[in-house]
Ligand binder design. Structure first.
Ligand code: NIG
Ligand code: FE
Length: 413
């Protein structure tokens, strides 16, 4: 397929550029008045309209997109989209002023989702997650990470991961799976943390590994959830099965989770709403990516992460949705990019890079997706006619996406 008369082709990074650190994040190469050729599901070539080779201008399959921008698909590196039921009953409590922690203590929260998920069938979970994923794709997402963590028993965690495996097979986008059995302590282990950790290490990890169900290990490292010592125990055991960490860190408090993640060579440490000086220092010049989730801050009224401090400290930052039924009931990456600008004070260029190439890096998919680069997967979206790049984050809450292309073909899912 040939796309012609593109007003701006956005995110043209050389293939050697696998992530953007610190001040590099503002570099978003754009080609105006461009053509783009897709072949065999991949980006084959691109250039200026004024220099389009005559042999390709005769191609049968062509679309002309005057006034429109072409972006690489969003790469959403942190989601929890397999869940049995939404939790809008918590919405009223939240509006009445209850905090995320108070709602969890009152029987809401992760344990509430786990109760519901344990009763759901694999098919039901697959169907509802598929609907969410289709919505996300229509909103421009072209690669995604999905976590377990609402099972909290060996069987139910396996059930969630098997659903993610089915999603991998059924959807035309790259999907990574993270084992998040250490999301909360089930009630029966409330006073016996070591027994639950032993269950994860001795029973769950071997089964997950035998069925090849996970790419990463995740832990909710937080006061009242998993301590840094408990987190370290789980990360060490998972490393024996080749699972690298992507951890929930510094969401509600500065617990040392970021430093621990960096020490364990985590692919990413995610949340960081409490970005203290230790976290900044640990991430400075580190290869561990700081994944920021501003829709979560927005929804549960917690601080926004210190994106500027991280950028100034030469960290690598990504933006992701955190789509889940409790803290972030939305997987709209366009809104995440808007919040990146409006609340994290990132420029439009920085936010787009953080949601594309750096998001891909946070899933180790950066040689495959995340930029307009010859040889990468042709996963991209075409906007409506737009006046400038900034119009996309500026027009928050509205999708500017007109056409989604996955593997070189228009997605009509
Ligand atoms: O990333 N913080 C932990 N996990 C999710 C929320 C889970 C839930 O409330 O169901 C998060 O925000
Ligand atoms: Fe999360």
């Amino acid at each position: 397929m040939l796309i012609t008369n593109i007003k701006a082709l956005v995110g043209i990074h050389p293939k050697e550029k696998l992530f953007l650190r610190g001040s590099e994040l503002k570099q978003l190469p754009i080609l105006e008045n461009a053509w783009l050729l897709l072949e065999d599901g991949l980006i084959k070539d691109f250039g200026s309209m004024s220099e389009m080779p005559s042999q390709i201008s005769n191609l049968n399959s062509q679309i002309s997109v005057e006034g429109r921008f072409v972006f690489p698909s969003w790469c959403d590196s942190h989601t929890h989209i397999v869940f049995a039921a939404p939790r809008e009953e918590e919405f009223a409590l939240k509006i009445a002023g209850k905090t995320y922690e108070e709602i969890a203590a009152a029987g809401g929260g992760i344990l509430n989702s786990a109760n519901k998920l344990q009763k759901a069938t694999e098919d039901e979970l697959f169907e509802s997650a598929s609907i969410r994923l289709k919505d996300m794709i229509k909103q421009g997402t072209g690669a995604v990470e999905i976590k377990s963590g609402y099972g909290l028993t060996v069987e139910s965690e396996l059930k969630m991961l098997r659903v993610i495996k089915r999603l991998k097979q059924a959807f035309p986008i790259p999907i990574k799976a993270s084992l998040l059995a250490a999301h909360a302590y089930p009630t029966e282990y409330k006073n016996n943390h070591q027994a639950y950790i032993a269950l994860i290490i001795n029973e769950l990890l071997p089964k997950v590994s035998a069925e090849n169900l996970a790419d990463y290990i995740d832990v909710f490292c937080e006061k009242g959830f998993f301590s840094t010592e408990e987190t370290a125990q789980i990360l060490t055991a998972a490393a024996n099965y080749g699972l690298k960490p992507k951890i929930h860190a510094n969401q509600l408090s500065s617990s040392g989770a970021v430093e621990l993640g960096v020490k364990h060579d985590a692919v990413s440490v995610d949340h960081l709403e409490e970005t203290d000086a230790h976290a900044l220092q640990a991430l400075s010049n580190s290869n561990t990516i700081a994944t920021l989730l501003p829709s979560c801050s927005f929804y549960i009224n917690i601080p926004f992460a210190n994106a500027k401090g991280l950028i100034n400290n030469n960290a690598i930052i990504a933006l992701a949705s955190d789509y889940n039924p409790g803290s972030t009931p939305s997987g709209n990456m366009n809104f995440v990019v808007s919040l990146g600008c409006i609340k994290l004070k990132m420029t439009a260029e920085q936010a787009v890079n953080a949601a594309t190439l750096n998001g891909a890096a946070a899933m180790e998919l950066n040689d495959e997706v995340g930029s307009i680069t010859i040889g990468k997967k042709a996963n991209l979206f075409i906007t409506r006619p737009m006046t400038s790049l900034a119009y996309l984050p500026y027009s928050f809450g509205q999708s500017q996406i007109e056409t989604v292309i996955l593997n070189g073909e228009i997605y009509n899912g």
